[in-house]
Ligand binder design. Sequence first.
Ligand code: CO
Length: 212
Amino acid sequence: MSEHDHEVMENIDQLIENNAIWAEKMRISDPEFFKRLAQQQSPKYFWIGCSDSRVPANQITGLPPGEVFVHRNVANVVQETDFNVLAVLQYAVDVLKVSNVIVCGHYGCGGVQAALENFRHGIIDNWLAPIRSLTRVHKDELESLKDNQRLDRLCELNVLSQARHVARTTIVEDAWERGQELSIHSWIYRLDQGILTPLRKPISHASDVEST
Ligand code: CO
């Protein structure tokens, strides 16, 4: 990135200008695009991902606005005591009737890294408690790995665990009970390659949760 580009990125006004240019381009390529979107959203996908700026749901899946409903937090954690994720999940499942929930983590996740470290980071350590307990459950496997492999493996274990948490919410259990089609996907993203990889078969029934 050149010095000039860097200055441009630091200039907040540039974002508003970028937006005007983007909106104009969209209008030229599809004059009805914004009118259609303004009427309703009907995404088929609900994305639960990390807040990390390098993992933007729409861009890495090639989806335009209106196609993916998104919830992001540090280290893509799903806890049944978190009203934020539950409220978004319920809207996605009960109202939007998405047919796919994608839990997507990424290798090199700073939140997962923090959960592995034996010192205080602040409030975030409480948020990361479910990942810290995963390190205890999988202690033997994790300790047998080298440092970078240990982080990668914990990133994977975290995605698998959070996807099971989604499957065990009353929201998802009730949807399956009603016969609603809903699959939960466990994906991981490799930052240095830009590649998404599924970690297991989708969870599409309550009986799928424990199998892999
Ligand atoms: Co992350």
